[in-house]
Design a protein around this ligand. Structure first.
Ligand SMILES: CC(C)(COP(=O)(O)OP(=O)(O)OC[C@H]1O[C@@H](n2cnc3c(N)ncnc32)[C@H](O)[C@@H]1OP(=O)(O)O)[C@@H](O)C(=O)NCCC(=O)NCCS
Length: 197
């Protein structure tokens, strides 16, 4: 998905990085590399001149950690907007953010560093999506919604206007959120209710 995103955004793809080596390695397989080179370890970035990186990780925590690691080796997180996403000009897309195919980002909205706006998600006017948050496919934020850093808004969830979702909160797939959700909470259902720990 991120390969398609990068190519569609006009980037020249040099290869994939397998972040971990050794016994904990999570191998990058040929299924994903589509014939591109596989570079071993983030430190490979140090051999390249001003390498721009896109972190292809859905987990907010791991995406943040990997972004930091890439930066330590000189990687520059690149904002990627799919050619078939619809993004109004009065928006702010921070470095390392990804806006996927079919997503809509409306006027005055801002997408934080390393945040992921997945396929077909709708970010309405003046929303603020925090750093390393993930708006899952088909989720919709009405106007003036604030999503805290590292929060995850599940598949197809709906958040009504003006609501604030706290940092690190999780909104379940299909939820309809009518009021603020506290940081770190998990809320599910219609209307969404925070689940006890
Ligand atoms: C909310 C969520 C994170 C909870 O995950 P979890 O902690 O593993 O929860 P469980 O599967 O153990 O379910 C716990 C309870 O919550 C209920 N529940 C879980 N997800 C729910 C949802 N989205 N809506 C309503 N109820 C839900 C379960 O039915 C279960 O109820 P029970 O205790 O009465 O049996 C997860 O179900 C979810 O919706 N994730 C979003 C996935 C997504 O959007 N992925 C897209 C990736 S791109």
């Amino acid at each position: 998905m991120v390969l398609d995103l990068a190519l569609s955004a006009g980037e020249r793809v040099m290869g994939f990085i397998e972040p971990q080596t050794g016994e904990n390695a999570n191998p990058v397989t040929a299924e994903f590399t589509d014939g591109y080179a596989v570079l071993r370890g983030m430190d490979t970035l140090g051999d390249l001149e001003s390498p721009r990186v896109a972190i292809a990780i859905g987990s907010n925590t791991l995406r943040r950690t990997s972004t930091g690691e890439a930066e330590r080796f000189g990687g520059i997180p690149k904002a990627l907007v799919h050619a078939r996403a619809m993004v109004e000009t009065s928006t702010a897309i921070a470095e390392g953010a990804q806006v996927c195919i079919g997503a809509i980002v409306s006027s005055g909205a801002s997408i934080g560093r390393g945040a992921l706006v997945n396929s077909g998600a709708i970010i309405e006017h003046d929303c603020v999506v925090g750093d390393f948050a993930h708006i899952c496919p088909g989720a919709a934020l009405a106007g003036n919604v604030t999503i805290g850093a590292g929060a995850m808004i599940g598949l197809g969830a709906r958040i009504i206007q003006g609501v604030t979702i706290g940092a690190g909160a999780t909104i379940g797939a299909g939820a309809v959120v009518l009021g603020d959700i506290e940081a770190g909470a998990t809320a599910v259902g219609v209307p969404a209710v925070s689940r006890p720990d």
